[in-house]
Design a protein around this ligand. Structure first.
Ligand SMILES: Cc1cc2nc3c(=O)[nH]c(=O)nc-3n(C[C@H](O)[C@H](O)[C@H](O)COP(=O)(O)OP(=O)(O)OC[C@H]3O[C@@H](n4cnc5c(N)ncnc54)[C@H](O)[C@@H]3O)c2cc1C
Length: 462
């Protein structure tokens, strides 16, 4: 196992030895040159190779395929779109919002379909998602969310559950209700990324690894430039998510925010009988000990904390992945959700973190400008597992000039505003993060949220 195994439980258990592919050396030509071998880059390569097998497609990756958020996330392959649904309706209308959500449903299914067809051992199952209310103050939020799904005509895919109905499926401390969402799957994310990389290679795509791109150019001579080589191509695809902030030209287009996870040792059958959760549906809850949870195929709980760090000046380092206070918060939170784990002394075996990309307005971009030859897919604000599939399908349509429902969605034309200059960026991001935590704690104490949304809630849009 190469050193990359230590970046997440999923990478370590991906069934792959993670040895790097050859780096890029010298000058080469291609039809499409893609920066980044995460889900965005890999799905774009996959659908382009399906669309036109004669295309010469090259991926240039700084580390290894799946090194970024794609190999470290919660394994939540769900239809939640990163941009808040009420804003999607207000700014783009009900029909567009419905079209976006239908395409998100399709993306969740595509991940399963391609995993099956390509023999990718991604442990994909789709029993749905539960959004749990742990405290009465969370119930109105679930109802409001349900109303929005009804408003776009997709209500039949969602179901409100009371505490008794929920407890038939799963026993969660302090749970008073839930919203069940049909289009939710669980995956082993690193196995998906690694398997997808092998699949695109079988379809003729070349992946260069350990080759950080230092700069890119658009027309008249589009290309990606590394320390030891360059690719000139008709189309350049920028698919580096949070890490794109390292490129001078994109520094203010996206910021890196961390997310962190812990995972338990395998839990015995006797304890699982007390918890329930027989199917591997993914679970979330947004209280002050909230998290995003997954059940692994070998019977562990992976718990992702809703705590994050924005590094000053978007400076990404490996140290950022190791935040012991957040790991401890995640472990305590997991015990708080399932006290039986503490009772039986269940231990946590792994802890890791990664960075996800946040655009200033939270609207993802999946666009291609034929004049410059530059395409990009980015800005999923922590909801990129299924959304990156949508991005890949959208870019394939745009790059091959195929008009479709995807090429008409707002993300295909969208441009995010720039983030503020430092130190304002850091101050703003830190203020919003801390204020939202405070609001949640107060709401838990008082049993309800403030009547009027706070400034931080208005900025974040939840
Ligand atoms: C801890 C954590 C938990 C998460 N949980 C979930 C979840 O459960 N569900 C969900 O939907 N989303 C989740 N997310 C977000 C999700 O993982 C991402 O949105 C998604 O994986 C983004 O895929 P990507 O390919 O765009 O970016 P990445 O996976 O980050 O891939 C970008 C790739 O580009 C490479 N790269 C970047 N810059 C360069 C360069 N200059 N030169 C060459 N290569 C470069 C990187 O090395 C990397 O491999 C989570 C994220 C984190 C960090």
């Amino acid at each position: 196992m190469s050193r990359y195994g230590r970046f997440s439980f999923w990478l370590e258990h991906s069934g792959d030895d993670l040895s790097p592919r050859d780096p890029l050396h010298g000058a080469i030509n291609a039809d499409v040159a893609i920066l980044g071998a995460g889900f965005s880059g890999l799905w774009t390569a996959y659908y382009l190779s399906q669309r036109d097998p004669s295309l010469k497609i090259v991926i240039v990756e700084a580390e290894i395929a799946g090194f970024g958020a794609s190999g470290r996330n919660g394994g939540w392959c769900v239809a939640g779109f990163p941009y808040p649904l009420d804003k999607l309706i207000d700014n783009y209308g009900v029909d567009t919002a419905r079209a976006v959500y239908e395409q998100m449903y399709r993306s969740v299914d595509e991940v399963g379909r391609v995993s099956g067809e390509e023999g990718i051992q991604s442990n994909y199952v789709k029993p749905g998602t539960y959004e749990i209310a742990r405290g009465e103050h969370r119930i109105p939020d679930l109802h409001e969310t349900m109303d929005l799904y009804e408003k776009i005509g997709l209500g039949e895919n969602y179901r409100l559950l009371d505490a008794a109905e929920l407890s038939e499926d799963i026993q969660i401390n302090r749970a008073v209700g839930a919203l069940w969402k049909r289009h939710g799957a669980s995956v082993q994310p690193a196995a998906l990324a690694r398997g997808l990389a092998r699949a695109v290679e079988r379809h003729g795509v070349t992946i260069y690894e350990q080759s950080p791109v230092r700069d890119y150019q658009g027309a008249p001579n589009p290309g990606l430039v590394t320390d030891h080589g360059e690719v000139r191509a008709n189309v350049v695809v920028l698919a580096g998510e949070a890490y794109l902030s390292r490129l001078e030209k994109l520094k203010r287009q996206i910021i890196p925010i961390t997310s962190h996870m812990v995972v338990t040792e395998p839990i015995t059958e006797h304890i699982w009988e007390q918890i329930g959760w027989n199917e591997r549906g993914v679970i979330t809850g947004h209280d002050s000990r909230g998290g995003y949870l997954n059940k692994t195929i070998d019977g562990r709980i992976a718990f992702g904390a809703y705590r994050s760090v924005y590094p000053f000046n978007s400076h990404i380092t490996d140290d950022l992945d190791r935040q012991e206070d957040i790991f401890q918060h995640a472990r305590e939170s997991c015990y708080d959700w399932f006290p039986v784990l503490r009772l039986h002394g269940i231990k946590f075996t792994h802890a890791w973190g990664g960075v996800l990309g946040v655009p200033r307005d939270r609207m993802p971009v999946m666009s291609y400008d034929p004049a410059s030859g530059i395409a990009t897919a980015r800005g999923y604000t922590g909801q990129g597992v299924a959304t990156a599939n949508l991005a890949g399908r959208t870019l394939a349509d745009l790059i091959t000039n195929q008009r479709s429902q995807l090429s008409e969605l707002p993300m295909a034309r969208h441009q995010s505003p720039d983030w503020e200059l430092e130190p304002l960026r850091w101050m703003g991001a830190t203020f919003v993060r801390k204020s939202l935590q405070r609001v949640e704690k107060q709401a838990e104490k008082q049993g309800r949220y403030p009547d009027k949304p706070t400034l931080a809630q208005r900025i974040w849009g939840d």
